[in-house]
Design a protein around this ligand. Structure first.
Ligand code: TYM
Length: 337
């Protein structure tokens, strides 16, 4: 029964082109979890505006990300796909939680420290600081038991759990405390041009990331140019000087499903060029079906609109139930319906 299945919620910001990191860290896990959980997957456009966005581009990217959810294998019959701003309960609960969140907790978030360091102190938006309370609202509105994300979201999940516990303590048992779900292989895919920095969709340099919607030739070209080292040895390692080769091996591991030992044995006596070719092959084999599905989806805007409309309706229903409970617990009057 739907109501007895445990729930999952996750989301991606439409703040750039989705990368292989988003696929391995998030999307791929989501597809598998549909078999077990009742899933909610949103495109978090309200989070994207915590840094400046071009309006036309934001609108286009939001639809693009939603189409990629479908192309990756999220089944709209089984899972709810929606856009965060279509369900106003997210902003509402986000505000209520902001009022409960200690500033000290928010200032400690590494994402806030990193992103605000890139801007003039005076012009750092308040949304960047409050980002984690909106993320907590996304998760808690659906009473999600589990949240599948890459390693970089671990701290935000801790924050969500702490805030939910704080709420439950102040107002009585209200929220399910969600568990973080991090993939075993590929929880942190690194940049191809700089293997000591996370692969990111908002990094502009040409050889940094593999994009889900680029051509197989582009992916191959980037992988063949990936930064390696001069050790000429193909093995997994956590030494910073070997981060490039380790990253290539990690991508290979995540997509081929083989063990470390089997992979290292396969590359004994081979060179970095062979490794790069093998990685390009497995990357393109994985992404190509999604790319062609995505192309088909871009030709039928009406289909995507329909999925997003019914997704928002289902999400709203669930979110409003939780919001009513929160209103009651916090002492708001409940509007007559
Ligand atoms: P975002 O949009 O930065 O990334 C989306 C998902 O992709 C994962 N990811 C990676 N995994 C492995 N290697 C990488 N290089 C890599 N880059 C990104 C992220 O961990 C994430 O799972 N705050 C979130 C969005 C969000 C959210 C939520 C997530 C808003 N509300 C509620 C879960 C639940 C973010 O910025 O993800």
């Amino acid at each position: 029964m739907e109501t007895q299945r445990k729930r999952v919620l996750s989301g991606i910001q439409p703040s750039g082109n989705l990368t292989l990191g988003n696929y391995i860290g998030a999307l791929r896990q989501w597809v598998a979890e549909q078999a077990v959980y009742q899933c909610y997957f949103c495109v978090v456009d309200l989070h994207a505006i915590t840094v400046p966005q071009d309006p036309a581009e934001l609108r286009q990217k939001t639809r693009e990300v939603a189409a990629l959810y479908l192309a990756a294998g999220i089944d709209p019959e089984r899972s709810t796909i929606f856009i965060q701003s279509h369900v106003s309960a997210h902003a509402e609960l986000g505000w209520m939680l902001t009022c409960l969140a200690p500033l000290g907790w928010l200032y400690r978030m590494t994402q806030f420290k990193d992103k605000s360091a890139k801007q003039q102190q005076e012009s750092v938006g308040a949304g960047l600081l409050n980002y984690p309370t909106l993320m907590a609202a996304d998760i808690l509105l659906y009473q999600a038991h589990a949240v599948p994300v890459g390693d970089d979201q671990r701290q935000h999940l801790e924050f969500t759990r702490d805030l939910a516990q704080r709420f439950n303590h102040h107002y009585g048992e209200t929220f399910v405390i969600p568990e973080v779900m991090i993939p075993k292989a590929g929880a942190r895919i690194m940049g191809l041009d700089n293997p000591n920095a996370k692969m990111s969709k908002s990094e502009a340099s040409e050889y940094h990331a593999i994009y889900l919607t680029e051509t197989p030739e582009q992916s191959k070209k980037k992988l063949m140019r990936a930064v390696t080292d001069s050790f000429a040895e193909i093995r997994f390692s956590d030494e910073p000087e070997r981060a490039g080769v380790n990253n290539l091996l990690t991508i290979y591991e995540a997509l081929s499903g083989q063990t470390h030992d089997a992979i290292e044995a396969q590359f004994v006596g081979k060179g970095y060029g062979d490794l790069k070719k093998a990685v390009a092959e497995v990357v393109n084999e994985t992404l190509n079906p999604m790319r062609s599905h995505y192309q088909k989806l871009t030709q039928d805007a009406g289909y995507l609109d329909g999925i997003l409309a019914s997704g928002a309706e289902r999400a709203r229903e669930r979110a409003e139930q939780t919001l009513d409970l929160v209103r009651e617990r916090m002492g708001f009057t409940i509007p007559k319906r």
